[in-house]
Ligand binder design. Structure first.
Ligand code: SF4
Length: 217
């Protein structure tokens, strides 16, 4: 069976459903639903993030849109020819006004598709949402590389591929051989916190993609 996104009312994580319902009552113009992946299923590259942010993807319904996390990500994807059009962060506290950004050579998914309180999904929630990532990976027939944004995404990608977490240790800039010419590349998450504190700089992030591009063929 081919990959299908969870329904808007996916009931599988009670804590996240409770938060979703609260936010639907409070902010009826926001998406407040599982955030579907963005980009073509035939892409050679998959970026795996952690989970939607409150006023970001949870509001807009598109990964890395609506807060600060997309600024560095989409600028980098455009620089490497993986995205085109105009990205507008749209940080207004309102219903999302879509821009013209499209992804051409990359797809973006979250390890956990619903907003978790304080950006922290529990291990059980990560495991419950994992089958969606498993099915998505199985449908990405051209996949050559995965970029994991942060350790939780790294662990989620390994688990979704049926690998032991101990088989590859997360380290910014590391590339792990997945066999069959595929690689898993690690980066610190491009969150506002990480970019503001200098934990992740633009050259550091761009270097992850520069090292990966030759492997995409
Ligand atoms: S996090 Fe995933 S599994 Fe849990 S409710 Fe949302 S879509 Fe469903």
């Amino acid at each position: 069976m081919s990959f299908a996104e969870p329904s808007r009312d996916c009931p599988l994580c009670p804590r996240l459903v409770g938060l979703r319902n609260e936010l639907r009552a409070k902010f009826p113009t926001w998406s407040n639903a599982p955030v579907p992946s963005f980009g073509p299923i035939g892409a050679k590259l998959l970026i795996v993030g952690l989970a939607p942010g409150l006023k970001g993807a949870n509001r807009t319904g598109r990964p890395f849109t609506g807060d600060y996390a997309g600024d560095l990500l989409y600028a980098t994807l455009k620089k490497f020819g993986l995205a085109k059009g105009e990205f507008i962060a749209d940080r207004e506290d309102r219903a999302w006004v879509p821009d013209t950004l499209t992804l051409t050579g990359v797809r973006i998914a979250n390890a956990v598709r619903c907003l978790p309180p304080e950006n922290k999904p529990t291990p059980k929630e990560a495991a419950t949402c994992r089958p969606f990532l498993v099915a998505e990976l199985a449908d990405m027939k051209n996949l050559r590389a995965i970029v994991a944004l942060g350790r939780v995404a790294h662990d989620a990608a390994l688990a979704a591929l049926g690998r032991k977490i101990s088989s590859a240790k997360f380290a910014h800039g590391a590339q792990h051989d997945l066999g069959g010419g595929r690689v898993l590349a690690d980066s610190y998450h491009c969150s506002r916190y990480n970019t503001n504190t200098g934990r992740l700089t633009t050259p550091m992030f761009e270097a992850v993609f520069a090292a990966l591009m030759p492997k995409l063929g």
